[in-house]
Every structure is written in C-alpha cells, then in structure tokens.
Design a protein around this ligand. Structure first.
Ligand SMILES: [Zn+2]
Ligand SMILES: [Zn+2]
Length: 355
C-alpha cells in the first residue's frame, strides 16, 4: 500500500489548507533541486511533494482524491467517464497529469509550461573610420553595452546564500488552472511567469532580474573598401539567448568621414583636377592624386570643363569579388584671376578669333 498524499506532506487527513501549505513549503525547500544538485532521490521526493500539494491544495481535486483514494482498487467512473484506478497508480508518475485529465479536459491542465528557447536580440553599433582607413581596412575596437548574467547572483536573481523557491501560486508547475465546472483553463502562472520558482530575497545588485548591463569591447576587422553605412555582422556577439537559445548578432555599421580630396561613387572615386585653360585647349599632362599616390594623366586637346577622365583600377577596393573601382578625374578649367601684359594681348587676340 503506497503512502497517501497526506503522508507525503506529513499531515493528517483532516489537515487545514494552512497546515498543508506550511508543510509543503518546508518540504519543497528541503528537497528543491537547486539545493540538492544531482540528488535523484531528492528530486523524486520533490516531485512527489509537488504532486501531493497540487492535489491537496485544490479543493475539488482534494475532494476527488478523498473519494477515489478511499476506494481501494477500481474506482467508480470519474467525471466525463474516465476510469481512475488508484490501485495500479504509479507513484513516480505525475498524478497532476492524471487528475488534470479529469479536471483539465484534455489533460493539459497538469502539464508544466516549458520555457521555449529564445534567440538573443541583435545589437547594432557604429564605428567611425577615416576615409583612408575605409580604403585600407582597419582593426577597430568596438565597445558595446550588453545584458549579461548578474555577477553577484550568477543570474539566479536571488541574493547570494539564498535560492529561488517553488512558486506557491502554481506549486512549481508554471501554469495555473482555473476550474470552470469540469473543465479547467490553463495559463502561465502570473506570479512566477511560468518559471515555477520565485525569488523571496532578490539579489541586491540586479534587484532580482538576474541580469546586468556590462560594457564589452570587441575587435572588429574592417575590410578594405567599406562604405559609409556598410554593415558588418559578428555572429553570436549580440545579446545572450534565453533558455538555451542562441545569442543574437552584433552588427557594426561603419561611419566613414568625408574626404577633402575624393568623393565616393560606388567603388569609384571622383577627384577634381584643376587644368589650365591652355592645357585644356591644347592638351597636356596633369598630376592626379589617387589613394596609392599621384599618377600622370593625359588631358586630351579640347577638353571641356567637367569632362570625366577614367584612371582604371585606382579606386576603392571592391567588397565583393576582387579588384578595385576607378578614379574619375573631373577636369576643372582654371580661369586666371590676374593676367600680365603678354597674357592679356594673347587672350584679346583669342577673344577676337572666337568672336
Ligand atoms: Zn543579481
Ligand atoms: Zn508560479
């Protein structure tokens, strides 16, 4: 003859609701898995205590238990035509599930809501780069504020030296059932939010959240050729996942300073090249800056102001594929502000010729 649920809690059959609650709390604390790590027997006992309390703390379930429990062997058909045989009852099983089958319709009432794995959030941050570094590539140190497990309580949320206790509202099941006649509606326990445990003395550092914000610095390799607004994804460096879920990613957005020399267009770099009027008219050579040093560029005769001359493969490194963009030299014809006597005569002659 197995022990009764009253025996499990160490109370008399006529015990009051208060006595049952008190006994349960004492035993739950004693056999809690957090304080008996790896102790299978304690874990088993803990389950039995939970099950016993689950039944005896519920007026309807307790009534049913008293009725069925007293008939040794085959019981009368339960509500909804369910046969409950306490004679073959497996005590390592979850009585809550069986009674949940009676009172909770499809039996869902007795099942514990397991917290689902949740992926951590992505975190976005910016890194500032000089224009030169955006072309050369760089190694940047990126500081990020992340939520991590509290260093004082290790993430439990309980003051060191104390442990979370079984939630008295749901008896550690994480769900509560609201009886409506023979049916019961299950919902996540509002007190423990489905965790099954509550913290009686919250950690003074994190106020029970188990988390704290901490600044971490990551080293980020910046590939040559990044643009203003390029996103670099660092897998798993974002916020921590919950319930065994994966971490989020860290997304580093590059902010590139503007250059006094170059204007970026795709992988091409536009540079303004001052060209004297005679050179533009007659043709000649000018020095054009490129990221890897000045090159000599041939200006064709008759070049107009604004003409773009292409210097192949001297632009920004391509992020996808290989090679580089081009440097586009924009001809800017310089008009002399002052002219000497000889220049004046030449220009006047030219003016007559044009007119
Ligand atoms: Zn803490
Ligand atoms: Zn609860």
């Amino acid at each position: 003859m197995p022990e009764s649920l009253y025996d499990t809690l160490g109370v008399k059959k006529g015990a009051s609701a208060d006595e049952i609650k008190k006994a349960y709390r004492k035993l739950a604390r004693q056999y809690h898995p957090d304080t008996n790590q790896g102790d299978k027997a304690a874990e088993e006992r803990f389950k039995q205590v939970q099950t016993a309390y689950d039944v005896l703390s519920d007026t309807d379930k307790r009534k049913a238990y008293d009725r069925f429990g007293s008939t040794n062997g085959r019981a009368a058909p339960g509500p909804g035509g369910v046969n409950v045989d306490f004679g073959d009852f497996d005590w390592s099983g979850d009585l809550g599930d069986i009674l949940g089958g009676i009172f909770g319709g499809a039996g869902r009432g007795g099942r514990r809501a397991r917290p689902q794995p949740v992926r951590g959030s992505d975190v976005e941050t910016q890194v500032r780069l000089s224009f030169e570094d955006s072309l050369r590539g760089a190694e940047a140190k990126v500081p990020v504020e992340l939520t991590v497990a509290c260093s004082q309580c290790g993430g439990t949320g309980a003051e060191p030296g104390t442990a979370p206790v079984i939630c008295p509202e749901c008896n550690g099941r994480g769900v509560v059932s609201e009886s409506q006649g023979l049916f019961a509606l299950s919902q996540p326990c509002p007190r423990c939010r489905g965790n099954g445990t509550v913290i009686e003395k919250p950690c003074s550092k994190c106020h029970g959240s188990g988390r704290e914000r901490r600044r971490r610095t990551f080293s980020v390799k910046i590939k040559p050729g990044v643009k203003d607004g390029t996103k670099i994804r660092l897998k798993g460096k974002g916020e921590a996942g919950q319930n065994g879920g994966p971490n989020g990613d860290l997304i580093v957005v590059t902010r590139v300073e503007t250059s006094p020399t170059y204007e970026r267009r795709g992988d091409d770099l536009i540079v303004q090249v001052p060209v004297s009027f005679p050179t533009a008219a007659l043709g000649g050579k000018v020095e054009v800056p490129t990221p890897e040093g000045a090159v000599s560029l041939k200006i064709p005769a008759g070049s107009e102001d604004g003409k773009l001359l292409r210097i192949k493969g001297r632009g920004a490194p391509k992020l996808t594929g290989s090679g580089k963009g081009d440097v586009l030299a924009r001809v800017r014809i310089q008009v002399p502000k002052r002219v000497n006597k000889k220049e004046r005569e030449l220009l006047e002659e030219l003016q007559k010729g044009v007119g």
